[in-house]
Design a protein around this ligand. Structure first.
Ligand code: UDX
Length: 446
């Protein structure tokens, strides 16, 4: 099949490369000409494991190409994917649809034959109807249907998620689209058994409901972790026990410094706003957002408390800046709020991240970006683990202990073994752990 993908951001580029990889002929379009030049030379503008190689291979085979202009590829396409950004709109938190609308109108003008237009971008319920009307107005003669096919890829795991999806949700209000979608996904859908056809509005809402539910699990376990600390329970045991119930499931029950990234923060805000617009309040989602906001500040306060209540003039080492491992994305990363809060009370920050340093330099100010975790820890009063990159699991803590002015570790992902660190002489603080049990030599700070 011939596919045109409008937008070469994360979703557009990953989808385009993956569809080419399973045999379709894909052209990815972006107005940013320098991005198109880079991509045509195999230069991927962000870090996603395996994507560079996949883009290079499919460029080489001729199945994948890039263009700054959509006219030709849309005219020739069987399927057009809209994969442009839907950032948070200022003021009300709803998703900003300017780019989706602009793309839809431009596509309509260039359509020649029957075309299935798929909205991959995360858009509020009802957007498919809007897009369809706009396209009909822009080109009344065009023969097309608009389908909602939301993306469930996780950053850092996107290529695997594309090849082995749990489900492929397709919202269609016009049966003409069904055989086209079946053909599009035939190489990966195992005789269609992962394809779930729904109405268009249901598909749009499913995406938000899925992300909000996962975000809610994270906020829930973060509050349970706090309660564990107050009551002497251990969140690791509680998560395990909870997750063994198949109705709950073991995933997204790891406490942390709050969820971040390009989806959960934006999509929870947008869903809450949709609830307000339709007079159907999303109270659990509102609480999820509030808990997450508060979480970042509580984490900064936890670091300050661990340092004896004052970090003024002290050096704090931060390991991990991205919102999760295996990405270079810092969008809405908790590290930003935590670092800025610590700087606000006079701490100096040294940080290390395996992939996030360059984007972090554009966001964070007055941070010493280090070449490795040991340089960050050198002369620090406290080492804070924010993002659980694998390389942090095998740190030489003897070396770190010798180089710190005060051997304290605040582990915001519970990846270190408290008893090992404590036996090395660290003051260790994790999340949701019973301090008394693990730290008999230290007074409880709260
Ligand atoms: C998410 C959805 O998982 C994906 O299906 C959707 O398409 C896009 O949004 P992503 O943003 O890549 O994917 O990250 P995800 O792995 O879901 O993590 C989101 C945030 O939650 C991260 O900040 C992560 O650290 C945090 N998290 C996740 C926790 O704090 N605890 C957990 O147990 C799980």
């Amino acid at each position: 099949m011939r596919i045109a993908v409008v937008g070469t951001g994360y979703v557009g580029l990953v989808s385009g490369a993956c569809f080419a990889n399973v045999g379709h002929l894909v052209t990815c379009i972006d107005l940013d000409e320098s991005r198109i030049t880079d991509l045509s030379n195999g230069k991927v503008p962000f870090f996603e494991p395996g994507l560079d190689a996949m883009v290079a291979e499919n460029l080489g085979s001729g199945r994948l190409s890039f263009a700054p202009d959509m006219a030709q590829s849309v005219a020739n396409a069987d399927v057009v994917l809209i994969a442009v950004g839907t950032p948070t709109r200022r003021g009300d938190g709803q998703a900003e649809l300017t780019y989706v609308h602009a793309a839809a109108k431009a596509i309509a003008v260039h359509i020649r034959n029957f075309t299935v237009v798929i909205t991959k971008s995360t858009v509020p319920v009802g957007t498919g109807d809007e897009v369809e009307q706009m396209m009909r107005r822009a080109n009344p003669a065009a023969d097309f249907v608009v389908v909602s096919n939301p993306e469930f890829l996780r950053q850092g795991n996107a290529i695997k998620d594309f090849a082995y999806p749990d489900r492929i949700i397709v919202g269609i209000d016009d049966a003409q689209a069904k055989p086209v979608i079946e053909q599009l996904y035939a190489p990966i859908s195992e005789d269609g058994n992962r394809l779930v056809f729904t109405g268009r509005r249901s598909a749009e809402l499913t995406k938000y409901a899925a992300n909000a539910f996962l975000a809610m699990k994270v906020s829930f376990i973060n509050e349970i972790a706090d309660l564990c600390e107050k009551t002497g329970a251990d969140v690791r045991d509680v998560s395990l026990g909870l997750g063994l119930d198949p109705r709950i499931g073991p995933k997204f029950l790891a406490p942390g410094p709050g969820f971040g990234g390009s989806c959960f923060p934006k999509d929870t805000l947008a869903l809450a706003q949709t609830g307000r617009e339709f007079g159907s309040p999303m109270r659990l989602v509102e609480a999820t957002i509030a808990i997450n906001e508060q979480r970042k500040h509580a984490m900064a306060q936890r670091i300050i408390d661990t340092c004896g209540g004052d970090v003024h003039g002290k050096k704090i080492a931060v390991l991990g800046l991205t919102f999760k491992p295996n990405t270079d994305d810092l969008r809405d990363a908790s590290s930003i709020a935590i670092i800025e809060a610590l700087q606000g009370v006079g701490a100096s920050i040294a940080a290390y991240d395996p992939q996030g340093t360059r984007p972090a330099q554009a966001i964070l100010h007055d941070v010493e970006f280090c070449a490795d975790p040991y340089a960050a820890a050198n002369n620090a009063e406290c080492l804070v683990l924010v993002t659980e990159w694998d390389i942090f699991r095998s740190l030489d803590f003897n070396r770190i202990h010798a180089s710190m002015t005060s051997p304290r570790v605040v582990d915001l992902r519970n990846i270190f073994d408290p008893s090992v660190l404590q036996s090395l002489g660290f003051r260790y603080r994790g999340l949701g752990l019973p301090e008394i049990k693990y730290q008999p030599g230290f007074e409880v700070t709260e």
